[in-house]
Structures are given as C-alpha cells and as structure tokens.
Design a protein around this ligand. Structure first.
Ligand SMILES: NC(=O)c1ccc[n+]([C@@H]2O[C@H](COP(=O)([O-])OP(=O)(O)OC[C@H]3O[C@@H](n4cnc5c(N)ncnc54)[C@H](O)[C@@H]3O)[C@@H](O)[C@H]2O)c1
Length: 418
C-alpha cells in the first residue's frame, strides 16, 4: 500500500487521484482543500480525512504528497512537505521564479525525498517511443527539431484569457505555465549542451483593439448582441455542461445548467475575451542552439487542435515525423519507412495522450520501491529545463540572443541533461 495526501482537490488533483480506482495499491488518506464543496466531495469519495489548508498537516501521515494547488503556492507547499520527508509529486510549473526553483531543488536534495514533476509529456507512449528511436540512432545523429504546441483557440480563451493563467503576476508568463513541459521534452530529446537562446512573441489578439465593433461596450457574453456567432462566447465554450472546461468554472457546487449560469454571471469565465485584464502572450517562438542541434519551438493560441503537439526531428540518416497521431520514421541510408500507428502505441486522446496516468503510475511505483530511477525526470533535470524557460522569456523581453552557459552562472549551478 502507498498512502497519499492530496493538496488541492481541483482539476489536476482529481485526475491523479482517479488512478486509485485502477490501482488499489494507491490509498488516499487525506486531502487539503479550502473549498468546502471540493474537500467534502473528495473526502467522501476516497474516505480521505479533510483539512482546510495544507499547513494543518504537520506530521508525516502518508508516504507521499501530490501537490496540485495553484502555481503561486508550489514553493511554500513543497518546502513544507519536504521538511516532513514526504516523497513528492509537484504539479508543473516547479515554481514561478528561478530562485524558488533552486530552493525546491535544494530542499529535495537535503531531505532525500523522491521527486516527480507534472511534466506529463515525458510519460506519453509516443514521446517515450520517439526518445527510444533517438537513443537507438534510428535517424543517425539529431541535427534539428521542430516542435509545435497548438493550444486551441477556445482553450486559450478559457485558461489564458479568462482563467487561472491569464495574468503573469498571479501565476507566471505563458511559456512557463503552458509550455514548460514542451521545453523539457525538447531538452530531453536533445540531451546536449544548450548554448544560445532567443525568443519572440506577443499578446497579439486577445485585447480591446480586436473587439468586434458589433459587440459595442458590453463586458459580458450574456449581454452581447453577437453571443450566438462569436467563437469565444461563454455560452458556446461551456457546452456540454458536464465536461471540462465547465468543471473548472463551477467550483463549489454540482455541475449543472443552473450552476453554470450562476458561475458565468459572477466570474471572469462569463467575460468578453476582448475585455479581460489578461497580459500573457498568445503566440511565442523559441529558438535554441544546442551544441550540435538547432531547435525551433512554437506555441500558438489560434488552432483547431487542442494541445495535440506535432514534432519533426531531422537526423543525419533520416527523419521522425510525429503528426499527433502516428510516428513516421524514414531512414534514407536504407530507404526504409516505418509507420508506428496510434493503435500499436495504444494511444489515447485523454489526459495528455495518456501522460497523466503514465506519470502517476510511475510515481506510485517509485514510492513503493523507493526508487527515484523509475521516475523519468528527477529534480536536477526539472530545474535545468525550468531555467531554459526563464532564459527564453528573458530573451523575449530583452529582444536578445542569450548565451545560456553565461546566463546560468548567476545561479552557480551545473546543468546536466539525461
Ligand atoms: N501537468 C499539466 O499538464 C497541468 C495542466 C493543468 C494545470 N497544471 C497545474 O496544476 C496545478 C493545479 O491546477 P488545476 O487546474 O488543478 O487548478 P484548480 O484551481 O482546479 O485546483 C487547485 C486547488 O487548490 C486549492 N487550494 C488553494 N489553496 C490551497 C491550500 N492552501 N491548501 C490546499 N489546497 C489549496 C484550490 O481551492 C483548488 O481547488 C497548477 O499549478 C497548474 O498550473 C498542470
């Protein structure tokens, strides 16, 4: 039996906890959650003891903790549980400043805790397969990577215009809150020394200037003349009512039509997307020069696909093309083409392509066996890839190419990959 404390019974906390239904070895013994409805519903479902705040848990009452509260609380919450010697799964991002990431790193090392971060992309079957193909030299030496993160137009509006991650000051910049696991994935695939970083991006669309004239001065969808035709109408985005993202809008009651209307009336989720106080960018590119590999990464809000990433990897002997469904591998020294289908990979669209369940199952296994090696990224690699994200954002803000090895000296740490 692996006993677990959950901090934050929101979207992510409930996803990881649902693994207990598949693997009875995982036993949720306590939940810390200030929202009465969420805490009581969770306690009842799992027979877990309820606490209003994680700080009320002052002793070691379980083997491990899943830290699934919002970004701004990650550091203080992790330091609290690390000092109590819990093994820790921390949701991404690790923290919102380089200094806090370092504090977390040092505390995990000092207290010898097992550590995993919510970089679920590493735990999908297709990304693991791609890593394996690279390791086996299937396309020779990697020379270039193109990686696309299509966020999805209404998804971006929900999370990064109206929702929890719309303002840098309240959470962090969008390259961190949305794309830190993409940058981590790239770093994992490259396994090489990073030399230079540049980045461009802007909040191009979701602002007052782009508000359709016909919408006039109204501030909420419910009062708007173009409510039926606007692609960002809250009325449209939150249908059907019993699924995500509606479950993120109604936080304190049953998910039904009446409660949705009430929530859209009083929260930012009912606001016009052109009238929110959002400041995070809706499009960004990052270029990375590793020692022998060039990389271009794009995050873009305006897509039909919702988070269905696409990755192309070019090597000296061939290429790997992952189109979000199948992996095509072509080797031009042998002329051989192989297609690894979604069926072969047992691919699922749900939960980040299976990455959510992949991560929690590896974490529970690792805690049970007391073996950090079972987890695909430890605290050092997590720190490394977060520093790349901070550096890229600085490059964007300063409009500069940054020498990464010089830049990271301010933190006096060694970046080790893989
Ligand atoms: N890995 C991924 O792909 C992924 C995807 C989405 C979100 N996230 C991250 O997961 C985390 C949680 O996101 P979410 O969408 O589940 O958020 P959420 O808002 O649905 O859940 C967070 C919960 O934490 C609770 N909370 C607040 N203060 C608390 C305290 N003092 N003690 C205990 N609980 C407290 C809130 O009441 C809320 O219910 C965030 O850091 C987010 O950035 C990761």
């Amino acid at each position: 039996m692996v006993t677990v404390v959950l901090v934050g019974a929101g979207q992510r906390g409930n996803i990881y906890s649902s693994y207990a239904a598949i693997n009875p070895q995982m036993k949720l013994v306590a939940v810390a959650e200030p929202n009465d409805y969420r805490r009581e519903t969770f306690s009842k479902k799992y027979g877990a003891k309820g606490f209003k705040d994680y700080k009320e848990i002052n002793t070691k009452i379980a083997d491990c903790v899943l830290i699934c509260c919002q970004d701004a609380l990650h550091t203080e919450c992790l330091l609290h549980f690390a000092s109590l010697k819990y093994d820790i799964l921390l949701e991404k991002p690790m923290a919102t400043t380089p200094k806090d990431c370092l504090l977390i790193h040092d505390s995990i090392v000092k207290n010898s805790c097992l550590f995993a971060v919510g970089h679920v992309l590493r735990y999908t079957k297709f990304n693991y397969k791609i890593k394996q193909l690279i390791r086996e030299g299937t396309i020779g030496k990697v020379v270039n990577i193109q990686h696309l993160e299509p966020v999805g137009n209404w998804h971006f509006a929900h999370s990064y215009v109206r929702g929890n991650w719309h303002k840098t000051k309240d959470s962090c910049f969008s390259l961190m809150t949305k794309s830190c696991h993409d940058i981590d994935l790239i770093n994992w695939f490259c396994n090489s020394e990073l030399q230079y970083v540049s980045s461009f991006g802007s909040l191009n669309y979701f602002n007052k200037q782009n508000k359709p004239r016909e919408a006039g001065l109204v501030l909420r969808c419910a009062d708007c003349k173009i409510n039926d035709t606007c692609p960002y109408s809250a009325k449209k985005i939150y249908q059907p009512v019993n699924e995500w993202p509606t479950t993120a809008v109604i936080v304190d009651d049953l998910i039904d039509v009446e409660n949705l209307e009430r929530a859209l009336d009083k929260t930012d989720y009912g606001k016009c997307v052109y009238e929110c106080d959002n400041d995070v960018v809706d499009n960004q590119v990052v270029n990375l020069q590793f020692k022998d590999i060039t990389v271009s990464f794009t995050m873009i809000a305006h897509t039909q696909d919702i988070c269905k990433r696409k990755t192309r990897i070019f090597g000296t002997d061939g290429e790997i093309d992952f189109n979000g469904n199948d992996i095509k591998v072509y080797n031009f020294t042998t002329g051989k083409q192989t297609i690894i289908t979604r069926e072969e990979l047992n691919f699922t669209e749900e939960g980040h392509g299976g990455g959510d369940i992949g991560l929690i199952s590896d974490f529970i296994k690792a805690v049970d066996k007391k073996d950090q090696e079972i987890i695909r990224a430890g605290v050092q690699e997590t720190l490394d890839s977060h520093l790349i994200v901070f550096c890229a954002e600085e490059a964007r803000l300063l409009n500069k190419v940054i020498d990464f090895q010089e830049w990271k000296k301010q933190f006096q740490i060694k970046i080790v990959s893989d």
